[in-house]
Design a protein around this ligand. Sequence first.
Ligand code: ZN
Length: 279
Amino acid sequence: MHNTPHPRASPPPVSRCVAYHRVAAAGGGEPIAVTAAAFARQLAHLRSRYDLVPLWGPPASPRPAGRAGLAVTFDDGWADNFHVALPVLREFSCPWTVFLQTGAVGSDPRFLTWPQVREMAAAGVRFGGHTQSHPHLTQLSRAAALEEIGASRKAIEDQLGTAAEWFSYPYSDLAPWVEELVLAAGFRYACLTHPGRARPCGILPTVARVGIYGTTSDLMFQAKLNRAGNAVIEGARVLLDLAGGRRPARPGRLPPRRGPDSRAPAHGTSIHGEAVGER
Ligand SMILES: [Zn+2]
């Protein structure tokens, strides 16, 4: 597995993309944390149905013919990604990408340290930007938003010595002017969690991910994957994919869409779509 994505590498075809936050050694923790046991069951399910591929860069091995590609991602950069998730993902030989809230790395004990990030990168894990302090970007001034976005890219490049081309919007909170800033900061691709509050306008090729939480049952996990549209969204296709195949009635915010997960308790911040405390 390559640990240094080529700066001009095209993302491989991805038909599904899942977004995790935390994996806990045992249950009873944060609602956004899946247990290690559930995580292993979910990966076994994914491996049986999809070709597990990196979000970008060359696949670890040649793609089996006729199998759709699925990429695994994590947001924020929690410390359990190193201690709990990494061993499970290694067991499944699963490539994965972590979007870092870089201001928390090495400064908040709940999050990864830079030595851990470098060790993970050496093991093939890829890293993208997720701002410096995890704000709602649309609530910031343009200058402050650009600083948040650009700082996360610079920190990753300074610490890892590799280009960071992928960005994940905190809370899937975006607007056309935010997309422009992500592009201006040097990112070339973006991720959000499906269905988020807002939809991209197509300035950046954007991957809509399926959010998986501690409250996502095995049955719901399979249902969410089955009903998800194609993950890679670009230009006008954004409208259709994020609306679950239906074009929104008017431009702007998507209508709320509820699923069984939406009944789960919120974790701290806001609830987006059916996500539980999406960060
Ligand atoms: Zn986040």
